[in-house]
Design a protein around this ligand. Structure first.
Ligand SMILES: Nc1ncnc2c1ncn2[C@@H]1O[C@H](COP(=O)(O)OP(=O)(O)O)[C@@H](O)[C@H]1O
Ligand SMILES: [Mg+2]
Length: 208
C-alpha cells in the first residue's frame, strides 16, 4: 500500500511521522517497507545515511523520491514538503491509499489543516487521519483540547497523539528511531508510535 504523509504547514513532524510509521510497518507487521523522500531538503534521506554510517538497522530503506523505488516492497511511505499547492495536493491524494496529516497544536497549524480539509471534499474519511503531534507535555492540557476541537469539527483524527519530547532531536542526529534510544522519555515516545501504528494497521486493512 501507499501511505503519504503530508501537511499544509512546515515543521509539524511530517518526516518524523514518515520514519516512525515506516518502522512500525516493518518491525511490528513484518512488511517490506521503503520510504520515498519527496522533500527537496532530503531530511529523511540524510537521516537514513547518518543511521547507515552508525550501523543502525531501522528495518526499512529510504530512497530519493526523484528516483524509482527499490524493487520488492509491500508498502511505500512517502514523505513530502510542506505547503503543497492544490495541484500537488490532488496528485498526492490520488496516488495514496491512505494519507497521514500531522499537525502541531498551534492555532495556525490547526486552522491550515481544517481549512484545507474542508475544501478538499474528494477525500473520504476512510482514506486519511490527522495526527496531532508536538503536543506539550503535562501539566499542559492543550493537546487534549485541540484533539477535542478536531473531533468536534468532524476531522478524522488518530486517537493517539504524539507528545513533544527532546529525544526526537537525539534520534534525528544519530539516524535512528525513538525506539532505538534508551531512557524513559524515548520509551514513552516509542509506545505512542506503537499505538498510532496499531490504529493505522486497522484503518488500512482494505488497502493491503
Ligand atoms: N514529538 C516531537 N517532539 C520533539 N521534537 C519533535 C517531535 N516531532 C518532531 N520533532 C522535531 O521537530 C522538527 C521538525 O520535525 P520534522 O519531522 O522535520 O517536520 P516536517 O517534516 O513537517 O518539517 C525536527 O527537528 C524534529 O526532530
Ligand atoms: Mg520534513
Amino acid at each position: 500500500m501507499i501511505i503519504v504523509v503530508l501537511s499544509f504547514k512546515g515543521g509539524v513532524a511530517k518526516t518524523i511521522t514518515a520514519i516512525h510509521i515506516a518502522e512500525s510497518l516493518s518491525k511490528h507487521r513484518g512488511r517490506r517497507v521503503v520510504l520515498g523522500d519527496g522533500d527537496a531538503i532530503r531530511t529523511a534521506l540524510n537521516w537514513y545515511k547518518r543511521g547507515l554510517a552508525a550501523n543502525h538497522n531501522v528495518g526499512f530503506t529510504v530512497f530519493d523520491g526523484d528516483e524509482q523505488p527499490p524493487d520488492g516492497f509491500t508498502d511505500l511511505v512517502i514523505d513530502t514538503p510542506g505547503n503543497p499547492n492544490e495541484v500537488e495536493l490532488t496528485q498526492l491524494a490520488n496516488a495514496a491509499d491512505f494519507l497521514i496529516i500531522p499537525t502541531s497544536c498551534s492555532p495556525a497549524a490547526i486552522e491550515a489543516t481544517i481549512q484545507t480539509l474542508t475544501q478538499f471534499n474528494e477525500l473520504t474519511p476512510d482514506r486519511y487521519r490527522v495526527l496531532l503531534s508536538l503536543v506539550p507535555p503535562r501539566p499542559s492540557r492543550r493537546g487534549e483540547r485541540v484533539q477535542q476541537a478536531l473531533v468536534q469539527a468532524s476531522i478524522p483524527t488518530f486517537t493517539q497523539a504524539i507528545q513533544r519530547r527532546d529525544c526526537y532531536l537525539d534520534a534525528e542526529l544519530s539516524g535512528c528511531t525513538v525506539s532505538m534510544l534508551s531512557g524513559k522519555a524515548a520509551a514513552g515516545a516509542a509506545a505512542e508510535w506503537e499505538s498510532v501504528g496499531a490504529e493505522l494497521w486497522k484503518l488500512t486493512k482494505s488497502f493491503r
